[in-house]
Design a protein around this ligand. Structure first.
Ligand code: DGP
Ligand code: NA
Ligand code: NA
Length: 213
């Protein structure tokens, strides 16, 4: 289906949610599904720990370094900015990008620390706006029961409760909320349906826009 789409752009699909909501598994399955259908698709994630900014973020998250709350906020944002032009060219050349976390994580996690909501949004303005945001909704208590929890700085129940409240303040009617407590297969099916619809709209020349104007 994508081989004839050289004139239409790809979709920017963002998955958001608390730590251990299943985003990483689902975004990877979704990527395989789209490629299986013959779409040109890539799987990205933020933070992108492979860049030098990303390495600073990674060392902060694993508690190997300490940083001021505003300084780390701006590094997360810079990590998205350093990938912006590549993201735009990929989308324009017809590749759909599935992103595991984006600016919404930036605002939700930093404002959960008590930073001002609008201050948190400001450095994200001008990044590309997603065509679709899917929120995998899981109660924070449920997430803590999942494997590997607690390994990184933010993976603490009380903090994740605040992050969930921040996401609730941030989301709008365009977000698709998917119950992350269902079976992997069930969630996968719902995602496939939502995402194919979004890709279809982009192929009808829906314009690419920016956050948060
Ligand atoms: P992940 O690699 O998806 O597990 O994300 C690492 C952690 O960093 C996770 O707890 C969510 C958090 N995070 C992701 N993006 C941002 C951001 O832009 N700002 C802040 N403060 N935290 C973020
Ligand atoms: Na995590
Ligand atoms: Na993750």
């Amino acid at each position: 289906k994508s081989s004839d789409s050289s004139s239409s752009r790809g979709a920017l699909i963002v998955l958001e949610g608390l730590d251990r909501c299943g985003k990483t598994t689902q975004s990877s399955n979704l990527h395989k599904y789209l490629e299986g259908l013959g779409h040109s698709a890539e799987l990205w994630r933020f933070p992108d720990r492979t860049t030098s900014v990303g390495q600073m973020i990674s060392s902060y998250l694993s508690n190997e370094s300490q940083l001021d709350d505003r300084a780390i906020h701006l590094l997360f944002s810079a990590n998205r900015w350093e990938k912006r032009s590549l993201m735009e060219s990929k989308l324009k050349s017809g590749t759909t990008i599935i992103v595991d976390r984006y600016s919404y994580s930036g605002v939700a996690f930093s404002s959960a620390k008590g930073l001002d909501f609008e201050w948190c949004k400001a450095p994200e303005k001008g990044l590309l706006a997603p065509d679709l945001v899917v929120y995998l909704d899981i109660p924070p208590e449920k997430a803590t029961e999942r494997g590997g929890y607690g390994g990184e700085r933010y993976e603490q129940l009380e903090f994740q409760k605040k992050v969930r409240q921040s996401y609730q303040a941030l989301h709008d009617a365009s977000w698709k909320i998917v119950d992350a407590c269902g079976s992997v297969k069930d969630i996968e099916k719902q995602l496939q349906e939502i995402v194919l619809e979004s890709i279809g709209l982009c192929q009808k020349e829906k314009p690419l826009t920016c956050l948060w104007s």
